[in-house]
Every structure is written in structure tokens, then in C-alpha cells.
Design a protein around this ligand. Structure first.
Ligand SMILES: [Zn+2]
Length: 574
């Protein structure tokens, strides 16, 4: 024992000497000083300054302490008391789809169906006959006046078809769980009054059985498949140019919003191949955590080959099976519920991906050390997922710390709430959904069920779950600030509050967007807080979102977004 302790102190002295030696040589590439730096690092939760070298944080402390690391080549930024936080991590989004939508008609802020028809009419003028016109982001409940005529609150295709007789038109619902098509697109997809509803979807019809243009859930795939065939028929170089543009646009959109890492919830192996090429080139602008969404037959012998962690200098990780959706969205009455919708009593929603496919994926995931991140919006979908996950965990008691996720987790039955912490399953919420869905959730679920089971942010946290956060772009705008605001206020646009007992505190909301998202991607050792040794992924904000009054949170601007010590965005340099 004595010898051992001598040895220990000898090693201790050696370590001190080595670290003193290093310190003499240590210098910073970049320093932020004069900040209110919230580190989320328990040992030093708030500091004034931090130093970065070779992409990583090397020291945090007072201005004086950090000043010692400055040399002639160090870039020093005085952040002037502004708030410095760990870079926001988008916990659930669709990276390439975000890029793609940025090249399409943006229907998010229209006030009526009439306005959409006018936008398409204008697009028709600039589009060759036979080419597709694609739009996204509409939601009938956001329109100031209902369409006339309408069925179940939805428009009929005739006016759209009249102004675009030769161009197929595909308008994707903001939820991502339905699309609207004109006559030309319906014709290309062979959808007539004789076409049966596909499993897990619905061709919405008028009283005489004619399709009105709205295609719910898997029914939209009938048209989307035709659009994909058209896209794939383009020359390869045109396709690649398009993909590079999408990466650029999606990255810019994320980075200008203070996001330093993006968790993509479902891409094809082809997309991964393309992104790996960019990672090899060193041209990926933002860190990506990718989930694979192909079905289990395709993934079966590919998982091993595609698993990669921190590829290309920490810019590309693939270790998740995601996007598979067990059910649809609440907005389109697709979320799979235990009891029927209050405003559509004939329906409990849909099971979209067959349960046995999810079970096969779960088996593959556990075998190949992949995470599962499956969408469960309704309380029945969440229960089925808990059951599948629990079964997989029980069969593999040697596998620990699996961190499987239920994406969205919008409606949770009280009996299932404790299962998050019991099983170590992570609810992948989107703070912003409480505000964007808030106006109609009570219609869908009824007051009592909405209160008991809907958007249970605080109850999840108090049950011991690690609550992660995001905005699900392009379903919602990729704005962590707005999502943060909604998580802490749950204030709706009419000034009312959507079950305020479920708000998060400011710090809880910040954690949900940074360190918790890092944890949910097994990256909490390398990012999510500002501590020495971690990536220098940092966001600087114009307002202190931890203390400003609620009504000033939205005024907050991103001043700097820094990834791996490199300034990727600065409002000051524009
Ligand atoms: Zn999503």
C-alpha cells in the first residue's frame, strides 16, 4: 500500500509538471471575453471568458485568466456582456428536406386557399408545361377564412386544376402528413374515384366519391412517388448540383439561427453516401447526426457498413434508425390514439409503419448498436413503442445505456409517463408545437384529455425523463429562440396560455436544447456544454434569454454562431 501511495504521488507530481509544461506552450486561436457565459458545466456554471484552440475549448474563466492565453495570432472577440451559450442543437429535423423546401413555394404564411391558388398561378407562368410545381407549409387552420367550398375544412382541387392544367401540382401539408394535388397530379398517380384508400392513408372524397385533392398520410405517397420518378429522371450532374444547393441552404438556415449541430430524423443510404462525400471533402458546414429511415430488409446488411461516429472531424455521425413513423400527425387526425378524436369520432388515427417492421428494426438496432428514434405522436403510438422498446431491452439485458427515443411524444397516457425514466427512453419534444398546435389540440382531444395527456413538458421532466427539444424543420421554422419561448411560456398568438402548468423553466429549456440533445445523440461528452475538452460550438445572443421578460425573448438575435472554433455566422459582419 505504501509503495502504491508513493507511486501515486510520483505520478501526481509528474502530471503537474507535464501540465505546467503544456501551459507554457498553450495558446488560443480564439478568445471570447467580457461575456455572460453560461457554460452548463457544473464546476464553473458562469464565466466571463473562454479560450479555443484547434476547434476545442481549452479554458474557461475570468477575463484575466483567459488573457494569459492570448498571443499575436489570437482572435479576440469582446462580446460586450452578451449571453454566450453552448451552440443550439436541433434535436429533430429533416436536413435535406429543409434544403429542398427552401427551393419550393413557401405556403407557411398564406391567409387563405385563394392566396395559394394565386401563388401557383404565378408559378405556372415561369414553369414549362409538364414540369412539377411543388409547395409546402400550408395548414388549413391557419387561414383567416375557410375555403369555399370545403370538405372537413379542406379545399377542393377544381380552381387549382383550372389554373394549372398541364403542370402537376403537389402542395405538402405543414405537418408532413398529407399533401394536396391538382387534377394533373392525381391523373399521373392514377387516382380516381375507383382507387381504394391505401393502408395507413386516406384519399379524401366528396359526397359522390370523387377525390377532392387531399391525400392523408400514405395516400400522399401515390403522388410523391410520381414526383420522385420525375426528379430521378434528371441528369446526374443536375441532381448533384441540386443536392449541394440543398445542403448549403439548409446549413445557412440552421447556422443563422444559432444552431451548431443538426439531428436529422431519417434519410436514405444514398443521402448518407452523398453527405459522406461532403465530409471527406471537408465541406459540410454543420455537424450532422443522421438517422436511417429505410425499411429493415434494406438496412439488414448495411447497418455495420454505415455506422460512423464523428466522421470527417466530428461532422457526420450515423448510428440511429429513425423517421419511421408509427402514426400520423394530430393536425391531420393521423396521430394514433387510445380513444377516438373528439372532433372526428369515427377515427382513432392511423398506424402508418407496420408494427412488425418496427420490431424488426428494433432487433437490428440492438444487434448493431444503433439507436431507435421512432415517431409516436398519439398515446396509443407511444404505448406501442414503449412495449416494443421494453421487449427489446428485456431480451438483451447485456446492452446498457441505449437511449432510445420516442419522437414528438405529444400525447402520453398517465400510465405510460413513468416509463420514460424506468426504461431510459427519451421524449423528443418540440417546444414550439405547444404554441403552433395549442389552438386546436383541445378540439382534437377534448379539454380533459388535452390537460391530462397533451404536450406534458414539465410532467415528463419531473418524471425523471431527459427531455430533448427541437423544431422539426421544415415542419416548423428552425428557430430555437421561438421554440425556447414557447417551452417557457406556452403563450398562444391570441394571448391565451396552453396549459401553463406544463411550462419549463428558462434553464430547463436551455438544457433541453443543448446538453440534453447532446445526451440524446450520445454526444454529451463532446458537446452540449462549454467546458474544456469539448468542441468549441458556441452561440452568442443579443439578449439574455435566461432573464429578459417573456415578451422580449422573441426580439433576441443571434450575434455569432461558432462551430469548431470557426465563426460560421456573425450578424456584425453582414
Ligand atoms: Zn419530423
Amino acid at each position: 500500500m505504501r509503495q502504491l501511495s508513493n507511486l501515486t504521488s510520483f505520478i501526481g507530481i509528474l502530471l503537474i509538471l507535464t501540465s505546467c509544461g503544456d501551459r507554457n506552450k498553450e495558446r488560443a486561436d480564439l478568445i471570447l471575453k467580457n461575456g455572460k457565459i453560461i457554460t452548463l458545466f457544473n464546476e464553473q456554471p458562469e464565466v466571463q471568458a473562454l479560450a479555443v484552440s484547434e476547434g476545442k475549448i481549452i479554458a474557461i474563466g475570468s477575463n484575466e485568466e483567459i488573457q494569459t492565453l492570448v498571443d499575436d495570432d489570437t482572435e479576440v472577440i469582446d462580446v460586450n456582456r452578451q449571453l454566450v451559450i453552448p451552440g443550439f442543437i436541433e434535436g429533430h429535423g429533416h436536413f435535406m428536406r429543409l434544403g429542398e423546401t427552401l427551393t419550393q413555394l413557401d405556403l407557411r404564411n398564406v391567409n387563405s386557399w385563394r392566396e395559394i391558388v394565386a401563388m401557383v398561378e404565378e408559378a405556372v407562368r415561369d414553369t414549362k408545361s409538364g414540369e412539377w410545381i411543388v409547395g409546402w407549409g400550408w395548414h388549413q387552420d391557419k387561414w383567416l377564412s375557410p375555403p369555399d367550398p370545403s370538405i372537413e375544412g379542406l379545399p377542393l382541387h377544381h380552381d387549382l386544376s383550372a389554373i394549372s392544367p398541364e403542370n402537376p401540382v403537389l402542395l405538402n401539408h405543414t405537418s408532413g402528413h398529407g399533401s394536396f394535388a391538382n387534377a394533373k397530379a392525381l391523373e399521373l398517380a392514377n387516382i380516381t374515384n375507383q382507387t381504394p384508400d391505401p393502408d395507413g392513408g386516406e384519399i379524401v372524397r366528396d359526397s359522390s366519391g370523387e377525390p377532392i385533392g387531399m391525400l392523408r398520410e400514405t395516400a400522399a405517397d401515390l403522388v410523391k412517388t410520381k414526383f420522385k420518378v420525375y426528379q430521378d429522371s434528371r441528369p446526374l450532374e443536375v441532381i448533384e448540383k441540386d443536392l449541394r444547393r440543398q445542403v448549403k441552404l439548409a446549413s445557412e438556415e440552421a447556422i443563422t439561427n444559432g444552431i451548431t449541430s443538426f439531428q436529422d430524423m431519417g434519410s436514405s443510404l444514398e443521402t448518407i453516401d452523398f453527405l459522406r462525400k461532403l465530409a471527406d471533402e471537408g465541406t459540410l458546414p454543420i455537424r450532422l447526426y443522421m438517422a436511417l429511415h429505410d425499411n429493415s430488409e434494406i438496412l439488414d446488411d448495411k447497418l455495420e457498413q454505415y455506422r460512423m461516429i464523428g466522421y470527417g472531424g466530428g461532422f457526420l455521425t450515423v448510428r440511429c434508425i429513425g423517421e419511421k413513423v408509427l402514426d400520423g400527425a394530430l393536425g391531420t387526425h393521423g396521430g394514433w390514439l387510445l380513444e377516438p378524436y373528439s372532433d372526428l369520432p369515427r377515427s382513432v388515427g392511423f398506424n402508418v409503419t407496420p408494427i412488425d417492421d418496427i420490431e424488426r428494426s428494433a432487433k437490428l438496432a440492438i444487434e448493431h448498436d444503433y439507436q431507435m428514434a421512432i415517431q409516436g405522436i398519439g398515446d396509443r403510438a407511444a404505448r406501442v413503442l414503449f412495449d416494443i422498446y421494453e421487449e427489446a431491452f428485456k431480451k438483451n439485458p447485456d446492452k446498457k445505456d441505449l437511449r432510445w427515443r420516442i419522437e414528438h411524444a405529444q400525447v402520453i397516457h398517465p400510465d405510460d409517463l413513468p416509463r420514460f425514466s424506468e426504461l431510459g427512453v427519451i421524449p423528443g419534444i418540440q417546444g414550439i408545437f405547444a404554441c403552433s398546435d395549442g389552438p386546436w389540440v383541445v378540439d382534437r382531444l377534448g379539454e380533459e384529455r388535452a390537460r391530462e395527456r397533451g404536450y406534458l413538458f414539465r410532467s415528463m421532466l419531473e418524471s425523471g425523463a431527459v427531455v430533448m427539444n427541437g423544431t422539426d424543420p421544415p415542419v416548423e421554422e428552425i428557430s430555437p429562440i421561438e421554440s425556447f419561448k414557447c417551452a417557457v411560456t406556452r403563450e398562444l398568438s391570441d394571448g391565451s396560455t396552453f396549459f401553463p402548468e406544463q411550462t419549463l423553466s428558462r434553464e430547463q429549456a436551455l438544457r433541453s436544447y443543448t446538453i440534453n440533445n447532446a445526451y440524446a445523440a450520445f454526444e454529451d461528452k463532446i458537446k452540449g456544454s462549454l467546458e474544456p475538452g469539448k468542441f468549441a460550438d458556441i452561440t452568442v445572443l443579443s439578449r439574455d434569454i435566461l432573464t429578459v421578460p417573456d415578451d422580449q425573448i422573441s426580439d433576441t438575435k443571434v450575434i455569432y454562431t461558432i462551430i469548431g472554433g470557426k465563426i460560421k455566422y456573425s450578424s456584425k459582419r453582414l
